[in-house]
Design a protein around this ligand. Sequence first.
Ligand SMILES: NC(=O)c1ccc[n+]([C@@H]2O[C@H](COP(=O)([O-])OP(=O)(O)OC[C@H]3O[C@@H](n4cnc5c(N)ncnc54)[C@H](OP(=O)(O)O)[C@@H]3O)[C@@H](O)[C@H]2O)c1
Length: 309
Amino acid sequence: MRVLVVGGTEFISLHLVRALLRDRHEVVVLNRGRHPGRVPAGVKTIVADRKDHAALGRVLAGERFDGLVDITYAPTTGDDVRALLAALGGRAGHAIFVSTGRVHDHALPIPYHEDTPRNLYWGEYAKNKIEGEDAYLGSGLPASVVRPTHVFGPLNTRNNETFFFDRLVRGRPVLVPGPGGWLRQFGHVEDLADAMAAMLGDRRAFGRAYNVSGEESITQVGFVELIAEVIERPASLVHVAKAPFGQNLVYDCHAVYTTTRIRAELGLRPRYTLTSGLAQTFEWYLREGLDRRDVDFSQDDALLAAART
Ligand SMILES: NC(=O)c1ccc[n+]([C@@H]2O[C@H](COP(=O)([O-])OP(=O)(O)OC[C@H]3O[C@@H](n4cnc5c(N)ncnc54)[C@H](OP(=O)(O)O)[C@@H]3O)[C@@H](O)[C@H]2O)c1
């Protein structure tokens, strides 16, 4: 298949490009061209800002694809999605839109399945993603929606698992906001990329939305303790009322999703458990020398000093 990936040079989209190349697809990426060195050999880049609708029309004129994976959040509105689809003029094949589990109403009891009502619990982000989902599923094209939750793994641009690696490898305590009992669910980025690569062109997925994540949910405290066990470092946890905790793991509700639909309908299941995925990500972290990077712990130190008084 000739596949257009919107994005292609950072995290989820770069892993998808690698998975598509492995599966011998022809890959074209569309981005603003800020990181040309990250585009793998053999991949064509179309340079455009997806928010510039006139530019999309120019650069995509005459292009034809068998698959489209719309990943970049710029922040991407329903109008931006419709502009991309108009620029492609129906020459997109099967389209996959990367949405988020945060379209679900998180005031409802967990777990959230694909038919859990969507609402604006998560504000503008949810609004844009719901509009994007509806633009694809209402476009008349073969389209599917994937809803990941917290994605982790090598190249992560969110400082989540790396936030705890940074503290634990240096023997530093980890601050926990409140009791740290809110449940989180994580999915490995390679599993997400593999699921999307496998889904492309599969007629069973047309018109369907899928939660795509690892199966295990874990509390905030449990996540730190699991990381400490995996990387074989002692964990010292200090509970305070408020503290930074990863880049985006502080919020006061559970985030737990079922993954039954993608397993039952498409036969897709993750390769990584949370434990094996964290071990593989820690190997990458060490390989990149991130254990020696400069980290500003002044906020941690101030909170720890205040906790001792
Ligand atoms: N990470 C998570 O935990 C998580 C969870 C749920 C859902 N998601 C969804 O996953 C998607 C993001 O994945 P990601 O963070 O891994 O990033 P990513 O897919 O690697 O996306 C970044 C890419 O988008 C390009 N880009 C950024 N702004 C652009 C613009 N205005 N026009 C064209 N290209 C642009 C960047 O290249 P240039 O800078 O060169 O343009 C880069 O190639 C989002 O839709 C997000 O909502 C993520």
